[in-house]
Ligand binder design. Structure first.
Ligand code: 1CP
Length: 356
């Protein structure tokens, strides 16, 4: 399968954009930059629009999800939109009792802990993805030459919420399940891989020009456990969209030991968190991958001179890699001054890109 002829990546709208050029290892005219969690609480226009609407409900209202996706592009002039949704939306679409509790995060009515719990997990129909397709279509109609990035949660990170039933610090529940009930774990990871794969595919087919798999909590795993219990399911998620030919990014936090394994799961671009300098990440990857990252979100609150020096060092390290898309090392903190983000985009765009 390929994308339709009217898809932005196929009809010429986004194929020559700086983001797609850099993701594909080419030489962009300007340094591409976007921010994980660029849509959301750091923007007053987001807080106003969301007032009175539950988080997951806002993701499933196409006009609202589309407008929220567009807000940071208009305000900051970033080189990509990231689709406003959440990694637990596939659970919601399947009929799992899940909500996003303000100030907490995803919470399940009934955590998934036994073989019987996994066996009775519902599957969503293709039609359940229609609000996602509609929101993506509305968004790309407005974006013009700016690419939309679609995303999904990687099976480990999604399953971590399912087993714990809520956010957790060290993800002991899923890590225990791998070793105490490996068959149950595998069935759960497969369920999550299929759900996330279908969710990501719907976004890409409807108009997203690139995809990102978020394995935010993979850093709690040893390399051995990642390879034995997780990599296969993440590979299946990426394989579900591979034939579409869009660039695919794989990101996690605390994943310094896992970067080559995450690349080998089928990613074209490796997202690096703020803990590891990009040139060191590049060394660990054998000097072959385009990287995305990794401005420390904590520095967004620092005096401008301190932030600027840090950003320039990230750009310099990025220049010593096969390709670089500028981003944060994790999401925008909700209390970030949005004017700092706008200024950051201007700074990144003002520095001429490396000759490649
Ligand atoms: O009411 C609100 O504003 C709630 C905050 C919020 C937002 C804005 C949540 C709850 N999700 C989202 C949107 C979201 N989630 C996006 C889209 C917009 C963008 O990036 O601009 C994306 C890509 C996600 C993905 C997501 N959800 C991840 C992976 C990315 C990451 O930050 O690591 C994870 C781990 C989640 C779970 C989740 N959803 C929401 C919260 C607060 C959390 C994290 C909870 C925890 O700490 O475990």
């Amino acid at each position: 399968m390929t994308l339709s002829a009217s898809h932005p990546l196929m009809d010429g709208r986004t194929s020559a954009s700086d983001l797609i050029t850099a993701y594909r290892g080419g030489a962009p005219a300007r340094r591409p930059v976007w921010f994980m969690r660029q849509a959301g609480r750091s923007l007053p226009e987001y807080r106003t629009l969301r007032e009175g609407t539950n988080m997951l409900e806002s993701c499933l209202r196409p006009e609202m999800a589309s407008e929220i996706t567009l807000q940071p592009v208009r305000r900051h002039g970033v080189d990509a939109a990231i689709f406003f949704s959440d990694i637990v939306i596939p659970l919601k679409l399947a009929g799992v009792d899940v909500d996003i509790v303000p100030g907490v995060g995803p919470v399940l009515g009934e955590p998934v802990r036994t073989a019987a719990d996994v066996a009775k997990l519902p599957r969503f129909t293709d039609a359940a993805l229609d609000p996602i397709r509609e929101a993506v279509a509305l968004t790309v109609a407005e974006l013009g030459t700016t690419p939309l990035i679609g995303f999904a949660g990687a099976p480990f990170t999604v399953a971590a919420y399912m087993v714990e039933g809520k956010p957790s610090r060290d993800h002991l529940g899923p890590r225990r399940m791998m070793h105490t009930e490996p068959d149950t774990w595998r069935a759960l990871a497969d369920w999550a891989a299929e759900a996330s794969g279908a969710f990501l595919r719907a976004q890409l087919e409807a108009g997203a020009s690139a995809g990102q798999l978020f394995d935010s909590w993979a850093g709690s795993l040893s390399l051995a456990d990642y390879q034995r219990f997780v990599a296969g399911a993440s590979t299946r998620t990426l394989a579900a969209v591979k034939d579409l030919g869009t660039p695919l990014v794989h990101f996690g936090t605390g994943t310094g030991e896992l970067l080559p394994a995450m690349r080998d799961a089928g990613a074209d671009v490796v997202g690096v968190d703020y803990r590891l300098p990009l040139d060191e990440a590049n060394r660990r990857l054998g000097g072959t991958s385009v990287l995305q990252g990794n401005i420390d979100p904590a520095l967004l609150a620092a005096p401008w001179e301190v932030l600027e020096e840090h950003v320039r060092s990230v750009l310099a390290a990025g220049d010593r890699t096969p390709g670089h898309v500028v981003n944060l090392g994790h999401g925008v903190p909700p209390d970030t001054d949005p004017e700092v983000l706008t200024r950051l985009v201007e700074l990144v765009h003002s520095v001429p890109p490396a000759a490649r």
